[in-house]
Design a protein around this ligand. Structure first.
Ligand code: ATP
Length: 200
């Protein structure tokens, strides 16, 4: 389902770079420090990763190309990554054969997300991925140590992985959100009846 990844100014990818992931298995090879892990970082980042540490940096601006004296290149002012999913089978809840998710961040600290080139909130990106196994905290990215973590996880945590795989987590999140909204309505009703009593 992952079709391509486009990077511009992201970590070591200063120039606009497009990586294609055709059907089957794609293997990325290269010498140490050539940027293989930066590709995984980019996928996590574009899907909403909020922890700079998890992207192997100190702060979010560390994802922006910081220049290279060896290549005589100046630091850049923004980083951008776009992940392109093939949605021909309609796996993602968007009526389009391809879904592009873009994230941009500027040195000033400002940033934005876009779905199919329309600005959106991080929540929309999370909602899009929920229940598909895609996402920073789902199982589609298995990093070093993750298998151990899963084996040692509590039954409750392990169940969450199965629920994501079964597509249940999307509905669970929606249920929780609705429950919160109902609670808020209840509180408002109590407040309203207090006011009615006072006025009456
Ligand atoms: P290994 O095989 O050792 O794990 P790798 O191919 O996975 O290496 P990465 O860790 O992806 O390599 O890339 C590290 C490289 O990315 C380093 O050379 C580092 O200088 C460069 N890099 C990281 N952040 C930036 C940035 N903001 N600007 C420019 N280069 C960066």
């Amino acid at each position: 389902m992952l079709k391509a990844l486009e990077l511009h100014g992201f970590k070591s990818f200063a120039d606009k770079t497009r990586l294609e992931f055709p059907a089957g298995i794609t293997v990325v090879v290269g010498p140490n420090g050539s940027g293989k892990s930066n590709i995984v970082d980019a996928i996590k980042w574009v899907l909403g990763e909020q922890s700079a540490k998890s992207l192997r940096g100190k702060e979010m601006a560390d994802v922006i190309f910081k220049g290279s004296s060896a290549h005589g290149r100046k630091p850049m002012n923004a980083a951008e990554a776009t992940i392109i999913f093939d949605n021909a089978e309609g796996t993602l809840p968007i009526d389009a054969p391809e879904v592009h998710v873009t994230r941009r961040v500027f040195r000033s600290g400002e940033g934005e997300y876009l779905i199919n080139r329309h600005p959106c909130r991080l929540r929309d990106v999370k909602d899009l991925c929920r229940g598909t196994g895609i996402g920073t905290d789902a199982y589609s990215i298995i990093e070093q140590g993750k298998v151990d973590t899963l084996l040692q996880a509590s039954p409750r945590d392990r169940r969450a992985v199965f629920e994501e795989a079964a597509g249940i987590s999307r509905f669970k999140a929606k249920k929780l959100e609705t429950q919160r909204r109902l609670d808020r309505v209840d509180q408002n009703l109590v407040r309203l009846s207090d006011i009615v009593e006072e006025v009456g």
